[in-house]
Design a protein around this ligand. Structure first.
Ligand code: CTP
Length: 399
């Protein structure tokens, strides 16, 4: 595996779509190799009409496969998906973009795309009308929302003799995007990121609890992004199914007090703390060991749970603290600003959860606020993209 000076591997899958610009990817492949990337090429069947496998094998120095039905015993789509640190598809045709947007997996390349967690960079190249077609526009928008990087095509002469938007961009521009993706990956090396996720539960009796709707998805997205960027990650997650994430220490907890204890034990060594968990604000003063019959269930005496992030913030030294606030109502932004100050946070993501929106979803919409930041609107986007943005802010703050 090729190594970046910071120890990050540099394996790239280069997917080739069936467009005339496929020949330009021969140069892209050579330049990627010049930059120290190890490249495995996966051409689509139709792209072989433009550039044949022999060219890709000679230029990459690796065998080239197009369909799923060779070397089946090696399960090539899974092994290539796991090995890839980035997937670059150039040219990405309208059809290939549509297939990826739909989650299709009808050839080796789309199988690898759907089976991989690596960043995906699409380099569209097509005739202007195809790029501007409503279907392509919607597909590109959907992919960007999911965190796929889609490079805008250049404007200029097209193979049809027309001129307009749709040209394969300059190779250097593509290489810059690939390098940025890898550099971003390396920007948390040596840092420790502590993440809380899920919703705590406070037992009333063995069958009932006080809890909330948090799914834990946002915290998992933060942990995944932090690990992908080279951080040492601890994820303290409440009431989620048993999970194991590569390169992430996962600690399962149930109650707010357990969550505080787990975070407290990891706080001093952390550089970034991301508190996505929804903590139950109160717990029953007494938790019955036997089920309470409904006729006796008339009132529950409550105690306030500790404010976890507030408690930890009192010991804050160099740590960057990021909180989340699920708010409703017209004054939600001013309430979020109050929490930013009262909890001594560096950043806070406020999402509007009126009507149960956001909970359990893969997407989110809200505002990032910070002590030294203009309010930053986040239009509907994937939780993975939000995670990436928040960690980038934390890194800038850490200096
Ligand atoms: N939080 C915490 N401990 C608590 C409650 C909340 O650490 N006991 C954290 C949450 O994880 C989140 C931030 O504080 O990062 C804001 O959570 P929120 O529930 O909006 O704040 P509360 O202080 O509970 O305010 P309120 O319920 O009054 O809106």
């Amino acid at each position: 595996m090729s190594q970046h000076p910071l120890g990050v591997s540099r394996e790239v899958v280069l997917g080739i779509g069936g467009g005339i610009a496929a020949y330009k990817s021969c140069d892209l492949l050579r330049r990627l190799k010049d930059h120290g990337f190890l490249v495995s090429v996966i051409p689509t069947r139709s792209s072989l009409n433009f550039v044949g496998s022999a060219t890709w094998e000679a230029l990459s120095g690796r065998p080239v496969q197009t369909d799923l039905w060779n070397n089946v015993h090696e399960v090539p789509h899974i092994s290539m998906a796991k090995k890839a640190d980035a997937i670059v598809i150039a040219p990405a045709t309208a059809d290939l973009i549509a297939r990826i947007a739909c989650g299709r997996a009808d050839d080796l390349l789309t199988n690898v795309v759907i089976a991989s967690n690596a960043p995906i960079i699409l380099v569209p190249a097509m005739h202007t009308e195809m790029w501007l077609n409503e279907a392509t526009v919607a597909n590109v928008e959907a992919l960007r929302k999911r965190g796929v990087i889609v490079i805008d095509p250049a404007v200029g002469d097209l193979s049809s003799g027309d001129s307009g938007v749709g040209r394969y961009p300059e190779t250097k521009e593509i290489i810059d995007v690939v390098e940025n993706t890898f550099n971003r990956k390396a920007d948390l090396i040596g840092k420790k990121v502590l993440v809380s996720a899920g919703g705590t539960r406070e037992a009333i009796d063995p069958v009932r609890y006080i809890g909330n709707l948090s799914s834990g998805k946002q915290g998992i997205a933060v942990a995944l992004d932090a690990a992908a960027r080279g951080a040492i990650v601890t994820l303290v997650i409440a009431n989620a199914p048993e999970i194991s994430i590569e390169d992430v220490e996962v600690i399962h907890v149930v109650t707010a007090e357990q969550m505080l204890a787990a975070l407290d034990a990891n706080f001093d060594s952390a550089d970034v703390v991301v508190m996505t968990a929804a903590v139950a604000d109160v717990r029953p003063k007494l938790s019955a060991s036997q089920k309470i019959s409904k006729s006796d269930l008339t009132s529950i005496e409550l105690l306030h749970n500790p404010d976890i992030i507030g408690t930890l913030a009192s010991r804050k030294r160099h740590q960057v603290l990021i909180g989340f606030a699920a708010q409703t109502g017209a004054d939600r932004l001013s309430k979020a600003h109050e929490k930013l100050v009262s909890k001594h946070l560096d950043f806070l993501y406020m999402n509007d959860v009126s009507n149960g929106a956001i909970f359990g979803s893969d997407e989110t919409e809200g505002v990032i606020i910070g002590s030294s930041l203009e309010d930053l609107d986040i239009p509907m986007t994937s939780k993975a993209t939000l995670a990436r943005k928040l960690l980038t802010l934390a890194i800038d703050k850490l200096g």
